[in-house]
Write a protein that binds this ligand. Structure first.
Ligand code: C2E
Ligand code: MG
Ligand code: MG
Length: 400
């Protein structure tokens, strides 16, 4: 994503470079066209068997990093191809190639695929899901589950993370991993994100009124961070519910946090100004920029589950987790390990100095009501109960 002051010019430059690469690979006998914002088509004549070779060349050409504004930008593209008449009628061939492209994109991109009939079904299913999703908010089919974060030394709850669930009337519970990418592509994430925020703020106020001293966390998507309305809506909601900003966490994935767009940076600065507790989610070494991390007004860093899974059995996983904890602590960030499933993982994480733990070992995501009961049970099981001092190390403002 390159949107900022000179962002539009950069995006144009990237699109021109992509188009030139396509034309070069296609040669004189192929036609290239731009179909959508970042979608291109290449029409070439030749024997059926040449389709795969051409798709491979296109994928390789588009995978080359791009130098824009003196910065090397990695590119992830998805390539799909269909052959006429083998796969279908000439009037449908572009749509079939597009279905193959979308299958590659759903699988994470960076590859190419030939059209298969099951891909067309997936496109129909996806279109139906998007249609249903448009109505899901109004029809009260979306709900929030909450998963606690636990203080590693006192084992008390420090926070509850809101996780979206979609209870589809025919398909049952649909995972956010399935529908959030769809919502983002269909431009619905803004509306859904607003609903999540409003609902979580209400819940935080309800728990505060019940005397539960814990933060409530929401996950914030890239499109929310890029829009201007998100932070203002949050500031208004906190005020309306008389909630302390420091008791409300915004979890932003590392990938979004590292997006160096003016809009994202502006949102971070504003969130810092209003004093919201900020957390960098799914953190892992490799794609992170330490310099950028230092600039963010974040207070918390969550180690990606991928690094937690192998902790008890892999020396290198332990070294990586150790490095993340040391680095985060030296930047003054608290470290949360997510996806803790076993006692062995917990023991390693506590030994490494992790501040908070989250995972099925302690509790799966559950309804707000179930979490309320669970939290009260837990507090009675731990003689110390919920104490304001639990928050002292994160310098939270006094409870409202
Ligand atoms: P996340 O924010 O990193 O949330 C952690 C995910 O790991 C959740 O999956 C949670 O149910 C799962 N999890 C927690 N503990 C364990 C464990 O011990 N083992 C295993 N195997 N999994 C565990 P979920 O609820 O399916 O959410 C997936 C992702 O969807 C979230 O990852 C988050 O990025 C996104 N998401 C969920 N709700 C929202 C939302 O309201 N807004 C946005 N923008 N994204 C959301
Ligand atoms: Mg999260
Ligand atoms: Mg996470």
């Amino acid at each position: 994503m390159l949107g900022n002051e000179h962002g539009i010019a950069l995006v144009d430059e990237a699109l021109v470079a992509m188009a030139q690469r396509l034309c070069t690979v296609g040669g004189r006998h192929a036609s290239a066209a731009r179909l959508g914002h970042d979608e291109f088509a290449l029409l070439a004549h030749g024997p059926s068997a040449a389709g795969e070779q051409l798709a491979r060349k296109v994928a390789a050409a588009l995978a080359e990093p791009l130098t824009l504004s003196e910065m090397v930008r990695p590119l992830v593209s998805s390539v799909g191809f269909a052959v006429y008449p083998d796969h279908g009628a000439s009037t449908r061939i572009v749509r079939l190639a597009s279905a193959a492209m979308q299958a590659v994109r759903r699988a994470g991109g960076g590859a190419f695929a030939e059209f298969e009939p099951s891909m067309a079904e997936a496109v129909v299913t996806e279109a139906a899901l998007i249609r249903d999703l448009r109505h899901a908010v109004q029809r009260h089919q979306l709900t929030l589950y909450y998963q606690p974060k636990i203080d590693a030394s006192s084992l008390q709850i420090t926070a509850a993370e809101a996780l979206l669930r979609w209870l589809h009337p025919e398909r049952g519970m649909i995972s956010p991993a399935t529908f959030i990418p769809l919502a983002e592509r269909a431009g619905l994430m803004g509306e859904i994100g607003d609903w999540v925020m409003d609902e979580a703020l209400c819940q935080a106020a309800r728990w505060r009124d019940l005397g539960l001293r814990m933060r409530v966390a929401i996950n914030v998507s890239g499109c929310q961070m890029r829009g201007d309305a998100f932070v203002e809506r949050l500031a208004r909601g906190l005020k309306q519910h008389r909630l302390s900003a420091a008791r409300f966490t915004c979890e932003i994935t590392e990938t979004v946090a590292m997006e160096d767009t003016a809009a994202t940076q502006r949102a971070f600065a504003r969130l810092g100004e209003i004093g919201v507790h900020m957390s960098v989610d799914d953190f892992g070494p490799g794609h992170s920029s330490l310099a950028l991390l230092r600039r963010l007004p974040a207070a918390e860093l969550k180690i990606d589950r991928a690094f937690v899974t192998d902790l008890a059995v892999s020396e290198s996983a332990r070294s990586i987790a150790n490095a993340i904890v040391q680095m985060a602590h030296s930047l003054g960030l608290r470290v949360v390990a997510e996806g803790v499933e076993t006692e062995a993982q917990r023991d390693v994480l506590v030994g490494l100095g992790c501040d908070e733990l989250q995972g099925y070992l302690f509790a799966k995501p559950m309804s707000a009501q179930a979490l309320g009961v669970w939290a009260i049970d837990e507090s009675s099981a731990v003689p110390m109960g919920f104490r304001p001092s639990l928050f002292a190390s994160t310098q939270a403002a006094p409870l409202a």
